[in-house]
Structures are given as structure tokens and as C-alpha cells.
Write a new protein. Structure first.
Length: 235
């Protein structure tokens, strides 16, 4: 019963960590890249419609690209695990003595006596599937990935990118003058970047206030650089 509860708690913790990681990846780029694009275009054009069209196109392309990156990362993790499982089965079949020694070595490293090492190894090696699973987890340090992880990661990152990207573009939906829309965009986006950086830093164990300021400053620098370059070349 305790083991089952621990397993459920572990699965929930891992899934929460993966979801948070996806949201952080998607939101950080979603807030920054469209913000920099909108700021840059605001320094070169006078009408918000152009910025909206370019911004929406960028969000669509960016969310797909980021989502695809998350999907490929998840698939790579699954493929790597599958190849290692195949290799472990081959070693259990063809090199059982080597695997027995590696299993005993693990038990020795955690402080079990020679007698217990032999008994534990003999017990676990009776079931080939359980033995391979044990070696994957404790020899290679690999947990079996969720088969739906790649698809979920793609959706989480893509949707987070869209959610983040809409924020810097939202003023351009209602204000025709780009300079005025940019002012509202700067305030809204920097505030969201600060809040996002605060919670991101709190989750990762970094000082939330300094982390929030860093995230906000990075976004401000990116937008400022894009605006300056656009103004320079448009002049």
C-alpha cells in the first residue's frame, strides 16, 4: 500500500515538473520574441495593422516550431530509452554473468553484505523483465518515459507560446498608432515578464526578486535593441 502511494506521488510529481518545464519554455519565448518583433516594427511603421499581421504570423510559426522542438525532444527520450532497453535484454541474454556482477556491485555500493548481495541478485535475476527494469533504473538511471510525453510536451509548449505572445500584441488590436500601442505593450509585457520571472525563480529555488528583474530586463533589452535597429535603418 505504501509503495503504491509513493509511486502515485512520484508520478504526479514528475508530471507536474514536466508541465511546469514546458510552460516555462513556451512562455519565456512567447513573451520575449513577439514583444521584440512588435517593438522593432513599431520603430519602422506607423500603422498597427502591419504589426498585428506580422505578430500573428510570428506567433503561429513560433508556436509550431517550439512545439515541434518539444515533440522531438520527447521522441528522442523515448527512442533512447527503447534502445537502452534492447541493449539490456541482449546483455541479460548473452552476458548474464556480467549483468550479475553489475547487480551485485550495485547492492555492494548501498552497503549490503556479501550474503544479502548474492540472495538479492539471485532473486531479481529470476524474472528477466524485472531484472532489465531494475538495471535500467539503477545502473543507467533511466526512468521509463510516458509514451504520450512527446505529444503533451508539444501541446504544452505551443499553447504556452501562444498565450505569452498574445500579451505584447494585445494593445495593437485596439490602438491604431504604433507608438501609443507600443507604450501599453511595454507596460503589459514587462509586468508579465516580471511576474513570470518571479514564479519561475521561486519554483527553481532562485531568489524570486532578482530572478524576476533579470527576466524583465532581458525582455526589455531585446525589445529595445529591435526598436533601435528598426529606427536606425528606417531613417
Amino acid at each position: 500500500m505504501d509503495t503504491h502511494l509513493h509511486h502515485d506521488h512520484l508520478e504526479s510529481h514528475l508530471q507536474s515538473s514536466e508541465l511546469l518545464r514546458d510552460i516555462v519554455i513556451g512562455m519565456s519565448d512567447g513573451l520575449t520574441v513577439p514583444f521584440a518583433l512588435a517593438a522593432g516594427l513599431s520603430g519602422a511603421v506607423d500603422h498597427s495593422n502591419i504589426i498585428l499581421i506580422a505578430g500573428i504570423a510570428e506567433i503561429a510559426a513560433g508556436s509550431i516550431a517550439m512545439g515541434l522542438g518539444g515533440y522531438l525532444a520527447g521522441k528522442t527520450e523515448q527512442d533512447h530509452y527503447s534502445s537502452e532497453v534492447k541493449r539490456e535484454y541482449e546483455e541479460v541474454e548473452n552476458l548474464p554473468h556480467k549483468e550479475i556482477e553489475e547487480t551485485k556491485e550495485f547492492f555492494a555500493n548501498i552497503g549490503l553484505s556479501k550474503e544479502i548481495q548474492d540472495k538479492a541478485t539471485a532473486e531479481i535475476s529470476q524474472d528477466k523483465d524485472r531484472w532489465v527494469e531494475f538495471m535500467m533504473k539503477y545502473e543507467l538511471g533511466l526512468e521509463k518515459p510516458n509514451p504520450k510525453r512527446a505529444t503533451k510536451s508539444a501541446l504544452n509548449i505551443g499553447l504556452s507560446y501562444i498565450a505569452g505572445g498574445i500579451i505584447p500584441l494585445s494593445p495593437y488590436f485596439f490602438i491604431d498608432t504604433t507608438t501609443e500601442a507600443l507604450q501599453y505593450s511595454v507596460v503589459a509585457t514587462l509586468l508579465c515578464l516580471f511576474i513570470f520571472g518571479f514564479f519561475k525563480s521561486k519554483i527553481t529555488g532562485i531568489n524570486p526578486w532578482s530572478g524576476a528583474l533579470k527576466v524583465m530586463l532581458i525582455g526589455a533589452l531585446a525589445a529595445g535593441a529591435a526598436f533601435g535597429v528598426a529606427r536606425l535603418f528606417s531613417a
